[in-house]
Write a protein that binds this ligand. Structure first.
Ligand code: UD1
Ligand code: UDP
Length: 374
């Protein structure tokens, strides 16, 4: 049996989607690898649907380590460290590959790093590759900001999407030899799947919505949905937008948000179509045919920008400043009037901005670097 060269460690929807091009490339080039799935996301619509749709091999290890959000984040990460360490010590990969800013990414990177610090005893070390490195919101109240900062500072390969992130990590003291501008793998994933997404056009008629005449909404940040007051303010903003624009809102609901809708007994305007989370192809189709996207998601801001659909970010900051710079995105905060103001502005913008996230070859650059240097 071939020795495991790389170990992908993933566990959430965006990690599966954004690592999919690199995993497929390893498969096609017969590079030996394995996958550890932490189990952070576990509902079919947040997990297995993407493996089947993106034609990914099933994970070699499934840990089933679920979070007790909104609290016990330390315990969540700690349980992963213990289980991932056992697997890495057994399989001894050359490098682990993690993506983004989740607890899974932090646990994967930290475990590999801890093993490397015991090299004098075990005789081996494991390199850490961080896909989508260098992003910063500078908001330390977000668990994601802590995770991405820590992962960057223990990684051997920081695959940053653009020169903006390169400058950020260099200023923080990361050695320049560890930093590689590759583009973002979301461009690779969108390019590989956009034509297939066209086959999902029946989706809109099924929910009674017209192409080019609806708003797409996603919400899942803990700072937006875990506080009843904040969640209700955002909903008031959404109601103002749908009334003023006379458009339906298509709202595929993240499980965290769904729990909070039930707990707070939140009711939506009649124009809001509340749906289960969508598979990637259907979601891509919805994004590419929407008039406007309202979101607090990182990946959705990027995709909106790439697909030339104006975006309003329902947060006070973003770690995707290039979307703002090219004119594709605006930060509204959570005040209902500001959400309306930002939406009215963005729906009028000319959709002629450039895509700042790369040329769709990020994964092949990453694999090339890893095969030469890991
Ligand atoms: C996590 C990541 C966040 C990322 C998001 C992508 C952390 C700290 N947060 O947030 O960076 O943007 O994933 O969607 O790593 N749940 C289900 N079914 C699922 C998944 C989650 O019911 O398949 C429930 C969990 O039981 C929990 C809640 O949703 O109650 C939140 O899940 P959790 O993984 O802690 O955080 P996310 O908000 O998904
Ligand atoms: N997405 C999806 N179905 C949905 C909502 C989102 O497939 O109903 C995809 C979306 O295309 C993007 C990713 O999920 O690639 C973003 O994940 P999420 O918003 O959960 O996390 P974030 O990007 O904020 O970390």
């Amino acid at each position: 049996m071939k020795k495991t060269l790389f170990m992908f460690i993933l566990g959430t929807r965006p990690e599966i989607i954004k690592l999919s091009p690199l995993i497929r490339l390893c498969q096609n080039k017969r590079v030996p690898f394995k996958i550890i799935h932490s189990g952070q996301h576990y509902s079919y619509a947040m997990d297995r649907v993407f493996f089947s749709e993106l034609k990914l091999p099933m994970p070699d290890y499934r840990l089933d380590i679920r979070s007790k959000a909104p609290h016990m984040q330390g315990e969540h990460t700690g349980r992963m460290l213990i289980e991932i360490e056992k697997i890495l010590l057994k399989d001894m990969p050359k490098a682990v590959i993690v993506q983004g800013d989740t607890n899974t990414a932090l646990a994967g990177a930290m475990t590999a790093e801890k093993i490397s610090t015991t090299k004098s005893y075990t005789g081996f070390e494991i390199k850490v590759a961080h896909v989508e490195a260098g992003l910063r919101s500078y908001d330390r109240s977000m668990p994601e900001e802590i995770n991405r900062f820590l992962v960057d500072h223990i990684s051997d390969f920081l695959f940053v999407p653009t020169a903006i992130q390169k400058n950020i990590v260099l200023k923080e003291g990361v050695p320049s030899d560890n930093v590689f501008v590759t583009g973002n793998t979301i461009v690779d994933a969108v390019r590989a799947n956009l034509a297939l997404a066209g086959k999902k056009k029946a989706f809109l008629s099924k929910i009674g919505v017209k192409k080019g005449n609806f708003i797409l909404l996603t919400l899942h940040r803990q700072e937006n949905v875990d506080s009843e007051k904040t969640f209700r303010r955002i909903c008031r903003g959404i109601n103002l937008v749908t009334e003023k624009l006379g458009m339906s809102v298509v709202f595929p609901v993240h499980p965290r948000t769904e729990k909070k809708i039930r707990a707070f007994d939140i009711e939506f305007h009649n124009n809001v179509k509340v749906l289960r989370p969508l598979d990637f192809l259907t979601f891509l189709y919805a994004e590419s045919t929407a008039s406007l996207i309202l979101t607090d998601s990182g990946g959705v801001q990027e995709e909106a920008c790439m697909l030339k659909v104006p975006c309003v970010t329902l947060r006070d900051n973003t770690e995707r400043p290039e979307t703002i710079k090219v004119g594709a995105n605006i930060i509204s905060g959570r005040d209902p009037d500001e959400i309306l103001k930002a939406s009215l502005k963005m729906i009028e913008v000319r959709r002629d901005w450039p895509n700042p996230f790369g040329d769709g070859k990020a994964s092949s650059r990453m694999l090339d670097i890893l095969l030469r240097k890991a």
